[in-house]
Design a protein around this ligand. Structure first.
Ligand SMILES: Cc1cc2nc3c(=O)[nH]c(=O)nc-3n(C[C@H](O)[C@H](O)[C@H](O)COP(=O)(O)OP(=O)(O)OC[C@H]3O[C@@H](n4cnc5c(N)ncnc54)[C@H](O)[C@@H]3O)c2cc1C
Length: 409
Protein backbone atom coordinates (compact mmCIF):
# COMPACT_ATOMS: atom_id res chain seq x y z
CA UNK A 1 0.00 0.00 0.00
CA UNK A 2 1.33 3.43 -0.97
CA UNK A 3 1.62 6.17 1.63
CA UNK A 4 1.40 9.81 0.70
CA UNK A 5 3.22 11.86 3.33
CA UNK A 6 2.12 15.26 2.03
CA UNK A 7 -0.12 16.67 4.78
CA UNK A 8 -3.34 18.56 4.19
CA UNK A 9 -4.66 20.91 6.88
CA UNK A 10 -8.36 21.39 7.63
CA UNK A 11 -10.34 23.31 10.19
CA UNK A 12 -12.93 20.52 10.36
CA UNK A 13 -12.87 16.97 8.98
CA UNK A 14 -16.29 15.28 8.74
CA UNK A 15 -16.51 11.49 8.58
CA UNK A 16 -19.60 10.48 6.59
CA UNK A 17 -21.29 12.28 3.69
CA UNK A 18 -24.98 11.62 4.45
CA UNK A 19 -27.45 14.45 5.18
CA UNK A 20 -25.92 15.18 8.62
CA UNK A 21 -22.35 15.44 7.31
CA UNK A 22 -23.45 17.50 4.30
CA UNK A 23 -25.46 19.95 6.46
CA UNK A 24 -22.49 20.42 8.78
CA UNK A 25 -20.14 20.93 5.80
CA UNK A 26 -22.48 23.50 4.19
CA UNK A 27 -22.80 25.47 7.46
CA UNK A 28 -19.03 25.60 8.05
CA UNK A 29 -17.98 26.19 4.43
CA UNK A 30 -20.47 29.09 4.15
CA UNK A 31 -18.63 30.69 7.07
CA UNK A 32 -15.27 30.36 5.31
CA UNK A 33 -13.73 27.38 7.15
CA UNK A 34 -11.61 24.72 5.43
CA UNK A 35 -13.81 21.62 5.48
CA UNK A 36 -13.02 18.05 4.45
CA UNK A 37 -15.91 15.59 4.11
CA UNK A 38 -15.12 11.94 3.45
CA UNK A 39 -17.19 8.84 2.81
CA UNK A 40 -16.24 5.18 2.51
CA UNK A 41 -18.62 4.65 -0.44
CA UNK A 42 -17.32 5.38 -3.95
CA UNK A 43 -20.82 6.13 -5.17
CA UNK A 44 -24.10 6.95 -3.47
CA UNK A 45 -26.19 3.95 -2.47
CA UNK A 46 -29.92 3.59 -2.16
CA UNK A 47 -30.92 4.23 1.50
CA UNK A 48 -34.28 3.96 3.23
CA UNK A 49 -36.00 7.22 4.20
CA UNK A 50 -38.66 8.60 1.88
CA UNK A 51 -40.45 11.41 3.64
CA UNK A 52 -39.83 14.67 5.47
CA UNK A 53 -42.55 16.05 7.76
CA UNK A 54 -43.38 19.79 7.41
CA UNK A 55 -41.00 20.96 10.18
CA UNK A 56 -38.02 19.20 8.54
CA UNK A 57 -39.11 20.47 5.10
CA UNK A 58 -39.00 24.07 6.35
CA UNK A 59 -35.58 23.46 7.97
CA UNK A 60 -34.31 22.20 4.62
CA UNK A 61 -35.55 25.43 3.00
CA UNK A 62 -33.48 27.48 5.44
CA UNK A 63 -30.36 25.41 4.62
CA UNK A 64 -30.59 25.33 0.81
CA UNK A 65 -32.98 28.19 0.00
CA UNK A 66 -36.59 28.19 -1.18
CA UNK A 67 -37.52 25.50 -3.72
CA UNK A 68 -39.98 26.00 -6.59
CA UNK A 69 -41.63 23.31 -8.72
CA UNK A 70 -38.60 22.98 -11.04
CA UNK A 71 -35.94 22.91 -8.33
CA UNK A 72 -37.98 20.44 -6.25
CA UNK A 73 -37.60 17.80 -8.96
CA UNK A 74 -33.87 18.59 -9.41
CA UNK A 75 -33.47 17.79 -5.69
CA UNK A 76 -35.52 14.56 -6.01
CA UNK A 77 -38.34 16.02 -3.90
CA UNK A 78 -42.13 16.20 -4.22
CA UNK A 79 -44.74 17.79 -1.96
CA UNK A 80 -46.64 15.46 0.36
CA UNK A 81 -50.01 15.99 2.03
CA UNK A 82 -49.94 13.90 5.20
CA UNK A 83 -50.24 10.43 6.72
CA UNK A 84 -53.04 7.90 6.55
CA UNK A 85 -52.62 5.27 9.23
CA UNK A 86 -54.37 2.20 10.56
CA UNK A 87 -52.47 2.33 13.82
CA UNK A 88 -54.72 1.92 16.82
CA UNK A 89 -57.63 0.44 14.82
CA UNK A 90 -58.46 -0.89 11.34
CA UNK A 91 -60.17 2.42 10.60
CA UNK A 92 -57.84 4.67 8.52
CA UNK A 93 -56.94 7.86 10.39
CA UNK A 94 -55.99 10.95 8.34
CA UNK A 95 -53.38 13.49 9.53
CA UNK A 96 -53.54 16.19 6.84
CA UNK A 97 -50.57 18.61 6.61
CA UNK A 98 -53.08 21.23 5.41
CA UNK A 99 -53.68 21.95 9.10
CA UNK A 100 -49.96 22.10 9.90
CA UNK A 101 -48.59 25.67 10.39
CA UNK A 102 -45.35 24.63 8.59
CA UNK A 103 -47.30 23.61 5.49
CA UNK A 104 -46.62 20.58 3.28
CA UNK A 105 -44.13 17.76 3.80
CA UNK A 106 -41.74 16.32 1.20
CA UNK A 107 -41.33 12.92 -0.44
CA UNK A 108 -37.68 12.12 -1.19
CA UNK A 109 -35.68 10.24 -3.79
CA UNK A 110 -32.79 9.57 -1.38
CA UNK A 111 -29.99 9.05 -3.91
CA UNK A 112 -30.82 12.27 -5.71
CA UNK A 113 -31.38 14.25 -2.50
CA UNK A 114 -28.14 13.13 -0.79
CA UNK A 115 -26.23 13.86 -4.01
CA UNK A 116 -27.65 17.40 -4.28
CA UNK A 117 -26.73 18.15 -0.65
CA UNK A 118 -23.13 17.17 -1.41
CA UNK A 119 -23.08 19.27 -4.59
CA UNK A 120 -24.25 22.21 -2.47
CA UNK A 121 -21.50 21.53 0.14
CA UNK A 122 -18.87 21.49 -2.62
CA UNK A 123 -20.26 24.67 -4.20
CA UNK A 124 -19.85 26.34 -0.80
CA UNK A 125 -16.18 25.24 -0.79
CA UNK A 126 -16.08 21.91 1.11
CA UNK A 127 -13.69 19.27 -0.23
CA UNK A 128 -15.24 15.80 -0.75
CA UNK A 129 -13.20 12.56 -0.70
CA UNK A 130 -15.16 9.47 -1.75
CA UNK A 131 -13.99 5.87 -1.29
CA UNK A 132 -12.08 7.01 1.81
CA UNK A 133 -12.09 5.72 5.40
CA UNK A 134 -10.69 7.02 8.64
CA UNK A 135 -7.95 4.62 9.76
CA UNK A 136 -6.28 6.39 12.67
CA UNK A 137 -6.74 9.61 14.59
CA UNK A 138 -4.80 11.10 17.45
CA UNK A 139 -5.21 14.45 19.16
CA UNK A 140 -1.89 16.24 19.63
CA UNK A 141 -0.57 19.47 21.10
CA UNK A 142 1.60 21.27 18.57
CA UNK A 143 5.12 22.34 19.57
CA UNK A 144 4.20 25.96 19.31
CA UNK A 145 3.11 28.80 21.56
CA UNK A 146 0.57 29.90 18.96
CA UNK A 147 -2.81 29.23 20.60
CA UNK A 148 -4.38 28.81 17.12
CA UNK A 149 -2.46 25.56 16.72
CA UNK A 150 -2.57 24.47 20.34
CA UNK A 151 -4.35 21.21 19.68
CA UNK A 152 -5.24 19.36 16.52
CA UNK A 153 -5.99 15.92 15.20
CA UNK A 154 -3.55 13.90 13.08
CA UNK A 155 -5.50 11.65 10.74
CA UNK A 156 -4.57 8.73 8.53
CA UNK A 157 -7.10 8.19 5.76
CA UNK A 158 -7.31 5.14 3.53
CA UNK A 159 -8.32 6.00 -0.02
CA UNK A 160 -8.82 3.70 -3.00
CA UNK A 161 -5.12 3.66 -3.86
CA UNK A 162 -3.17 5.13 -1.01
CA UNK A 163 -3.08 6.33 2.57
CA UNK A 164 -2.88 10.06 3.17
CA UNK A 165 -2.04 12.12 6.26
CA UNK A 166 -4.16 15.09 7.31
CA UNK A 167 -4.55 17.42 10.25
CA UNK A 168 -7.81 18.98 11.46
CA UNK A 169 -8.69 21.17 14.43
CA UNK A 170 -12.06 19.44 14.90
CA UNK A 171 -13.56 16.10 13.89
CA UNK A 172 -17.24 15.40 13.26
CA UNK A 173 -18.66 11.89 13.39
CA UNK A 174 -21.39 11.79 10.70
CA UNK A 175 -20.94 8.11 9.86
CA UNK A 176 -24.54 7.11 10.60
CA UNK A 177 -25.39 4.20 12.88
CA UNK A 178 -21.80 2.95 12.69
CA UNK A 179 -20.45 5.88 14.72
CA UNK A 180 -16.94 5.02 13.53
CA UNK A 181 -15.15 7.96 15.12
CA UNK A 182 -16.94 7.74 18.48
CA UNK A 183 -16.21 4.02 18.68
CA UNK A 184 -12.53 4.64 17.86
CA UNK A 185 -12.50 7.08 20.77
CA UNK A 186 -14.00 4.44 23.07
CA UNK A 187 -17.54 5.91 23.34
CA UNK A 188 -20.28 3.30 23.77
CA UNK A 189 -23.31 3.05 21.47
CA UNK A 190 -26.47 2.09 23.37
CA UNK A 191 -29.27 0.14 21.69
CA UNK A 192 -32.76 0.47 23.18
CA UNK A 193 -34.61 -2.19 21.17
CA UNK A 194 -34.10 -4.61 18.30
CA UNK A 195 -36.26 -2.99 15.62
CA UNK A 196 -35.26 -4.03 12.10
CA UNK A 197 -36.71 -2.91 8.74
CA UNK A 198 -37.28 -5.05 5.63
CA UNK A 199 -37.63 -2.92 2.50
CA UNK A 200 -39.10 -4.01 -0.83
CA UNK A 201 -39.50 -1.78 -3.87
CA UNK A 202 -42.62 -2.06 -6.04
CA UNK A 203 -43.00 -0.63 -9.54
CA UNK A 204 -45.93 0.08 -11.87
CA UNK A 205 -46.67 1.88 -15.11
CA UNK A 206 -50.04 3.13 -13.78
CA UNK A 207 -49.93 6.73 -12.56
CA UNK A 208 -49.55 6.92 -8.77
CA UNK A 209 -50.20 10.46 -7.55
CA UNK A 210 -50.81 9.47 -3.92
CA UNK A 211 -49.26 12.21 -1.79
CA UNK A 212 -49.75 10.44 1.56
CA UNK A 213 -47.53 8.15 3.63
CA UNK A 214 -49.54 5.02 4.46
CA UNK A 215 -49.05 3.13 7.72
CA UNK A 216 -50.53 -0.06 9.10
CA UNK A 217 -49.90 -1.88 12.37
CA UNK A 218 -50.09 -5.70 12.38
CA UNK A 219 -49.61 -8.36 15.09
CA UNK A 220 -45.91 -8.80 14.27
CA UNK A 221 -44.96 -5.11 13.90
CA UNK A 222 -45.91 -2.35 11.49
CA UNK A 223 -45.64 -1.28 7.82
CA UNK A 224 -45.29 1.90 5.85
CA UNK A 225 -45.62 2.59 2.16
CA UNK A 226 -44.58 5.68 0.25
CA UNK A 227 -44.32 6.61 -3.44
CA UNK A 228 -40.90 7.85 -4.61
CA UNK A 229 -40.85 11.22 -6.43
CA UNK A 230 -40.97 10.36 -10.13
CA UNK A 231 -37.86 10.90 -12.24
CA UNK A 232 -38.78 13.41 -14.99
CA UNK A 233 -39.33 11.57 -18.30
CA UNK A 234 -39.71 8.13 -16.71
CA UNK A 235 -42.96 6.19 -17.32
CA UNK A 236 -42.52 4.04 -14.20
CA UNK A 237 -43.76 4.80 -10.69
CA UNK A 238 -41.94 3.33 -7.72
CA UNK A 239 -43.16 2.73 -4.17
CA UNK A 240 -41.27 1.54 -1.08
CA UNK A 241 -42.97 -0.91 1.21
CA UNK A 242 -41.23 -1.40 4.53
CA UNK A 243 -42.02 -3.91 7.28
CA UNK A 244 -40.70 -3.37 10.83
CA UNK A 245 -40.36 -6.09 13.44
CA UNK A 246 -37.81 -7.17 16.05
CA UNK A 247 -34.67 -8.80 14.72
CA UNK A 248 -34.97 -11.84 17.04
CA UNK A 249 -38.63 -12.69 16.24
CA UNK A 250 -39.75 -15.39 13.80
CA UNK A 251 -41.42 -12.71 11.69
CA UNK A 252 -37.94 -11.28 10.93
CA UNK A 253 -36.83 -14.58 9.40
CA UNK A 254 -40.07 -14.71 7.44
CA UNK A 255 -39.81 -11.12 6.12
CA UNK A 256 -36.31 -11.74 4.74
CA UNK A 257 -37.70 -14.00 1.97
CA UNK A 258 -39.92 -12.90 -0.92
CA UNK A 259 -42.59 -15.50 -0.07
CA UNK A 260 -42.56 -14.68 3.64
CA UNK A 261 -42.70 -10.93 2.97
CA UNK A 262 -45.69 -11.40 0.63
CA UNK A 263 -47.43 -13.67 3.18
CA UNK A 264 -47.02 -11.10 5.97
CA UNK A 265 -48.27 -8.33 3.68
CA UNK A 266 -51.32 -10.38 2.70
CA UNK A 267 -52.41 -10.36 6.38
CA UNK A 268 -52.70 -6.55 6.29
CA UNK A 269 -56.23 -5.21 5.89
CA UNK A 270 -55.44 -1.98 4.04
CA UNK A 271 -52.07 -1.71 2.20
CA UNK A 272 -52.35 -4.66 -0.27
CA UNK A 273 -55.51 -3.22 -1.90
CA UNK A 274 -53.72 -0.02 -2.97
CA UNK A 275 -50.83 -2.00 -4.49
CA UNK A 276 -53.11 -4.27 -6.51
CA UNK A 277 -55.39 -1.42 -7.65
CA UNK A 278 -52.37 0.36 -9.17
CA UNK A 279 -50.90 -2.83 -10.68
CA UNK A 280 -47.73 -2.74 -8.57
CA UNK A 281 -45.35 -5.71 -8.58
CA UNK A 282 -42.27 -6.37 -6.44
CA UNK A 283 -38.99 -5.33 -8.04
CA UNK A 284 -35.46 -6.19 -6.88
CA UNK A 285 -34.40 -7.85 -3.65
CA UNK A 286 -35.61 -7.30 -0.11
CA UNK A 287 -33.03 -5.29 1.80
CA UNK A 288 -32.64 -5.06 5.57
CA UNK A 289 -31.78 -2.07 7.74
CA UNK A 290 -31.23 -1.53 11.44
CA UNK A 291 -34.10 0.63 12.69
CA UNK A 292 -33.54 0.43 16.47
CA UNK A 293 -33.57 3.43 18.81
CA UNK A 294 -29.90 4.03 19.52
CA UNK A 295 -27.66 6.71 21.01
CA UNK A 296 -24.08 7.37 22.00
CA UNK A 297 -23.24 7.48 25.71
CA UNK A 298 -21.54 10.87 24.97
CA UNK A 299 -22.45 13.16 22.05
CA UNK A 300 -19.18 15.14 22.09
CA UNK A 301 -15.73 15.25 23.68
CA UNK A 302 -12.52 17.26 23.44
CA UNK A 303 -12.10 18.23 19.77
CA UNK A 304 -15.01 16.19 18.36
CA UNK A 305 -18.76 15.80 18.20
CA UNK A 306 -21.28 13.43 16.61
CA UNK A 307 -24.23 14.42 14.39
CA UNK A 308 -27.25 12.69 12.81
CA UNK A 309 -27.67 8.95 13.30
CA UNK A 310 -24.08 8.73 14.57
CA UNK A 311 -25.22 10.66 17.66
CA UNK A 312 -28.78 9.29 18.02
CA UNK A 313 -30.83 7.15 15.65
CA UNK A 314 -34.62 6.96 15.78
CA UNK A 315 -37.35 4.45 15.07
CA UNK A 316 -38.61 5.21 11.49
CA UNK A 317 -42.11 5.63 12.98
CA UNK A 318 -40.97 9.11 14.04
CA UNK A 319 -40.07 10.09 10.46
CA UNK A 320 -37.57 12.45 12.06
CA UNK A 321 -34.23 10.89 11.03
CA UNK A 322 -33.33 13.16 8.10
CA UNK A 323 -34.74 16.31 9.72
CA UNK A 324 -32.76 15.56 12.87
CA UNK A 325 -29.64 14.84 10.74
CA UNK A 326 -29.96 18.24 9.02
CA UNK A 327 -30.71 20.05 12.27
CA UNK A 328 -27.84 18.52 14.27
CA UNK A 329 -25.45 19.01 11.30
CA UNK A 330 -26.33 22.74 11.16
CA UNK A 331 -26.20 23.11 14.94
CA UNK A 332 -22.79 21.38 15.13
CA UNK A 333 -21.48 23.56 12.28
CA UNK A 334 -22.60 26.68 14.11
CA UNK A 335 -21.03 25.54 17.41
CA UNK A 336 -17.71 24.71 15.72
CA UNK A 337 -17.81 28.05 13.90
CA UNK A 338 -18.03 29.83 17.29
CA UNK A 339 -15.29 27.63 18.79
CA UNK A 340 -12.99 28.28 15.81
CA UNK A 341 -13.74 32.02 15.80
CA UNK A 342 -13.04 32.57 19.49
CA UNK A 343 -9.42 31.52 19.08
CA UNK A 344 -8.02 33.80 21.84
CA UNK A 345 -9.59 31.51 24.44
CA UNK A 346 -9.86 28.32 22.44
CA UNK A 347 -10.16 25.72 25.17
CA UNK A 348 -12.76 27.71 27.10
CA UNK A 349 -14.71 28.45 23.90
CA UNK A 350 -14.55 24.83 22.79
CA UNK A 351 -15.74 23.55 26.14
CA UNK A 352 -18.69 25.99 26.23
CA UNK A 353 -19.80 25.20 22.66
CA UNK A 354 -19.55 21.43 23.05
CA UNK A 355 -21.46 21.61 26.34
CA UNK A 356 -24.27 23.58 24.63
CA UNK A 357 -24.36 21.01 21.85
CA UNK A 358 -24.48 18.06 24.27
CA UNK A 359 -27.27 19.66 26.32
CA UNK A 360 -29.39 20.17 23.18
CA UNK A 361 -28.81 16.56 22.08
CA UNK A 362 -29.80 15.23 25.54
CA UNK A 363 -33.02 17.28 25.39
CA UNK A 364 -33.82 15.89 21.94
CA UNK A 365 -33.29 12.34 23.12
CA UNK A 366 -35.64 12.82 26.09
CA UNK A 367 -38.30 14.32 23.80
CA UNK A 368 -37.89 11.44 21.36
CA UNK A 369 -38.33 8.85 24.16
CA UNK A 370 -41.52 10.56 25.28
CA UNK A 371 -42.98 10.59 21.74
CA UNK A 372 -41.89 7.00 21.16
CA UNK A 373 -43.74 5.83 24.31
CA UNK A 374 -46.81 7.88 23.39
CA UNK A 375 -47.23 6.34 19.93
CA UNK A 376 -46.46 2.74 20.87
CA UNK A 377 -48.63 2.83 24.00
CA UNK A 378 -51.48 4.19 21.85
CA UNK A 379 -51.58 0.94 19.86
CA UNK A 380 -53.38 -1.43 22.23
CA UNK A 381 -54.24 -4.34 19.94
CA UNK A 382 -52.44 -7.73 20.14
CA UNK A 383 -51.23 -7.34 23.77
CA UNK A 384 -49.94 -10.94 23.80
CA UNK A 385 -47.78 -10.63 20.69
CA UNK A 386 -44.11 -10.21 21.57
CA UNK A 387 -43.59 -7.12 19.42
CA UNK A 388 -46.34 -5.11 21.17
CA UNK A 389 -45.94 -6.67 24.60
CA UNK A 390 -42.28 -5.58 24.69
CA UNK A 391 -43.16 -2.01 23.76
CA UNK A 392 -45.67 -1.69 26.52
CA UNK A 393 -43.63 -3.32 29.28
CA UNK A 394 -40.22 -2.12 28.11
CA UNK A 395 -40.26 1.48 26.89
CA UNK A 396 -37.43 3.14 24.95
CA UNK A 397 -35.80 4.17 28.23
CA UNK A 398 -33.92 0.94 29.01
CA UNK A 399 -30.76 0.47 27.04
CA UNK A 400 -28.26 -2.23 26.16
CA UNK A 401 -24.72 -1.15 25.43
CA UNK A 402 -23.35 -2.34 22.10
CA UNK A 403 -20.13 -1.59 20.43
CA UNK A 404 -21.07 -2.77 17.34
CA UNK A 405 -42.37 12.33 12.97
CA UNK A 406 -43.35 9.37 10.75
CA UNK A 407 -45.80 9.87 13.56
CA UNK A 408 -48.62 7.41 13.43
CA UNK A 409 -51.46 9.81 13.75
C1 LIG B 1 -36.37 1.74 7.23
C2 LIG B 1 -36.03 3.16 7.48
C3 LIG B 1 -36.89 4.15 7.05
C4 LIG B 1 -36.62 5.50 7.29
N1 LIG B 1 -37.50 6.44 6.88
C5 LIG B 1 -37.25 7.75 7.13
C6 LIG B 1 -38.14 8.77 6.68
O1 LIG B 1 -39.14 8.49 6.03
N2 LIG B 1 -37.86 10.05 7.00
C7 LIG B 1 -36.75 10.40 7.72
O2 LIG B 1 -36.53 11.59 8.00
N3 LIG B 1 -35.85 9.45 8.12
C8 LIG B 1 -36.07 8.15 7.84
N4 LIG B 1 -35.16 7.20 8.23
C9 LIG B 1 -33.94 7.62 8.93
C10 LIG B 1 -32.91 8.25 7.97
O3 LIG B 1 -32.66 7.40 6.88
C11 LIG B 1 -31.60 8.52 8.73
O4 LIG B 1 -31.92 9.12 9.96
C12 LIG B 1 -30.65 9.42 7.95
O5 LIG B 1 -30.14 8.77 6.82
C13 LIG B 1 -29.49 9.82 8.86
O6 LIG B 1 -28.57 10.61 8.11
P1 LIG B 1 -27.02 10.60 8.55
O7 LIG B 1 -26.35 11.57 7.65
O8 LIG B 1 -26.91 10.78 10.00
O9 LIG B 1 -26.51 9.12 8.27
P2 LIG B 1 -26.45 8.29 6.91
O10 LIG B 1 -27.45 8.77 5.93
O11 LIG B 1 -26.49 6.86 7.33
O12 LIG B 1 -24.99 8.63 6.33
C14 LIG B 1 -23.81 8.15 6.94
C15 LIG B 1 -22.70 8.13 5.90
O13 LIG B 1 -21.49 7.72 6.56
C16 LIG B 1 -20.78 6.87 5.70
N5 LIG B 1 -19.85 6.02 6.48
C17 LIG B 1 -20.16 4.98 7.27
N6 LIG B 1 -19.04 4.44 7.77
C18 LIG B 1 -18.00 5.18 7.30
C19 LIG B 1 -16.59 5.12 7.44
N7 LIG B 1 -16.00 4.16 8.18
N8 LIG B 1 -15.80 6.04 6.82
C20 LIG B 1 -16.39 7.00 6.04
N9 LIG B 1 -17.73 7.09 5.84
C21 LIG B 1 -18.52 6.20 6.47
C22 LIG B 1 -21.86 6.07 4.99
O14 LIG B 1 -21.38 5.55 3.75
C23 LIG B 1 -22.96 7.12 4.79
O15 LIG B 1 -22.88 7.77 3.54
C24 LIG B 1 -35.41 5.84 7.98
C25 LIG B 1 -34.53 4.85 8.40
C26 LIG B 1 -34.83 3.52 8.16
C27 LIG B 1 -33.87 2.45 8.62
Amino acid sequence: MQRNHKKAHWDVAIIGAGPAGAACAITLAQRGWRVLILDKQNTLRRKPGESLPPLAASLLGSLIGALNTDTLSVWGLAKTRGNISCWSSTEPDLADFFFNPQGHGLGIDRQCFDQQLLVKAQQEGAHLLRGTRLMECERRSANTTNSEDAEHWCLTLQGRLMQTQHTARYLVDASGRRSVLAKKLGVMRQSHDQLFAFCQRYTTTSADDDAFTRLEACPQGWWYSHVTPKTPGSDTWERSLVFHTDRDLLSAQQAATAEGFAALLAQCSYLPAQLSQLGYSASGKITGANAASERLSAFAGPGWLAVGDAAQAYDPLSSQGIGKALESGCEAGQRLHYALSESCNRQGAEHAQLTHYTTAQEQQWRLYQKQHRFYYEGQKRWPDHDFWHRRRSHSASSAQNTNSSRTAT
